[in-house]
Design a binder for this molecule. Structure first.
Ligand code: ZN
Length: 327
């Protein structure tokens, strides 16, 4: 099966922002006034991510060597960043996919290009996902031109990834229909476009060059999450988290971490908590800082624990700073 797969130029994974939100939720009191906001953003992004995963499942069936697939590519247009849920690249065209996982009924009105979403009996106006895809495609076109890439047709689609969503368009809105599909039809749409073009626009070398250019310029959405929510390190619950029952903190006793709630004993429970520190506090620490965060009783034990992690470091023994390993 593996040999049949297309080329994944940028594989599907959670953005650093999502990882940080997930960490923050585990280490923020439910009583913190920002808690509901953080949870809401995480849930929204997770729903989107699940939708993208279902589209990815189909995209992976594209013929090998014909297509490069990029997930979540984020580029800078000179003023702002723009991010594409998926970008497909082949010798004849590129395709931008805007994936939405919205439950309910979506209606595309002809007048003003408005999109209405009906859910639980209530109707609200939402961003028109076809126009969103079109704008991304336009931005990509400008971006490629700026980077001296050959002129190239760029198609765009809104892909609905929610099986329970019902899509309706007003009469005479055919232009819109051409750019909408459900995840299970996405391959068919791609092949239709592929068959439309008789001649390749790029050779293998040019295609590879373009892939490299896009990947080098990808800038992930990796914010300082405390700053983004106007939180301070003081809002963060410190201590090692139990990997079994998720209680914080565990107690260090006789060379092991013990959970007072479920009685789990672990020699390595500090490792994910160190990762939490990197994700939400900062990407480096001193021995004293991590001892305070993990509730390690003495700096000597701290030294032993950090040493076992084999983290990259700078500075001499006394002023040593440990850094987040590059993934
Ligand atoms: Zn526990």
């Amino acid at each position: 099966m593996k040999g049949m797969m297309c080329l994944i130029a940028k594989e599907m994974r959670m953005t650093p922002r999502m990882e940080k939100l997930e960490t923050l939720i585990r280490r923020l009191s439910e009583l913190n006034p920002k808690y509901p906001e953080v949870v809401a953003e995480y849930k929204r992004r997770m729903a989107g991510y699940r939708g993208e995963k279902s589209v990815y499942f189909y995209l992976c069936m594209l013929p090998e060597e014909d297509y490069y697939i990029f997930h979540g590519l984020r580029l800078f247009d000179g003023q702002f960043y723009f991010q594409m849920d998926f970008l497909l690249l082949c010798a004849t065209f590129a395709m931008v996919l805007e994936v939405k996982n919205v439950a309910g009924e979506l209606t595309f009105e002809k007048e003003f290009n408005q999109t209405l979403c009906k859910r639980n009996g209530e109707e609200e106006r939402v961003k028109n996902p076809v126009l969103q895809a079109k704008i991304q495609a336009k931005k990509l076109k400008v971006w490629l031109r700026k980077h001296n890439c050959p002129e190239f047709p760029i198609h765009y689609f809104f892909v609905n990834s929610n099986e329970r969503t019902f899509i309706k368009t007003e009469p005479h809105n055919d232009q819109m229909i051409l750019h909408i599909c459900n995840s299970e039809n996405v391959l068919e749409k791609i092949e239709q476009i592929r068959n439309y073009y008789k001649k390749d626009k790029l050779d293998k070398k040019e295609l590879k060059k373009m892939k490299r250019l896009l990947l080098t310029n990808h800038t992930p959405d990796d914010p300082n999450i405390l700053k983004a929510y106007e939180l301070s390190p003081k809002d963060i619950i410190t201590g090692v988290q139990c990997p079994d029952c998720f209680t914080i903190p565990m107690i260090y006793k006789g060379g092991k971490w013990c959970c007072l709630k479920c009685n789990l004993m672990s020699k390595t429970a500090h490792a994910p908590s160190i990762n939490d520190y990197f994700l939400i506090i900062k990407p480096s620490f001193t021995n004293a800082e991590i001892c305070e965060f993990l509730h390690i009783p003495t700096i000597h034990i701290g030294q032993k624990i950090i040493k076992s992690m084999n983290l990259p470091y700078t500075g001499t023994f006394k002023n040593r700073v440990y850094h987040q390993p590059k993934s």
